[in-house]
Design a protein around this ligand. Structure first.
Ligand SMILES: C[C@H](O)[C@H](O)[C@H]1CNC2=NC(N)=NC(=O)C2=N1
Length: 90
């Protein structure tokens, strides 16, 4: 996966990890219920797609890392989940 493939995501707040094998973004919300609502919507999408984020939540922030564990790198599944998470964030 090249930076060109990722360009729309990189222009939308995602960054590539130092080893190039993942993309990261920290989402910020008004408060904890808003952050948790996002996580709920994203979780339903992830389960449906059978592709799951690495993430952590602190109050109104959700730090996300996407990578495909099965291949040890970035795939179209990460791009699709990133798009869905941007959508779920509103
Ligand atoms: C068995 C199951 O389909 C696999 O373990 C799926 C589940 N969710 C996954 N999520 C992510 N991010 N990477 C994977 O390789 C992956 N594999």
């Amino acid at each position: 996966m090249t930076d060109d493939d990722l360009q729309p995501l990189l222009a939308n707040g995602w960054t590539r990890s130092d080893d190039g094998k993942a993309i990261d973004k920290t989402f910020r919300f008004r408060d904890f219920p808003a952050a948790f609502g996002f996580m709920t919507r994203a979780a339903l999408h992830a389960e449906k797609a059978d592709h799951h984020p690495e993430w952590s939540n602190t109050y109104n922030r959700v730090a996300v890392r996407l990578t495909t564990h099965d291949t040890g790198g970035l795939t179209d599944k990460d791009v699709a989940l990133a798009r869905a998470m941007d959508e779920a964030a509103g």
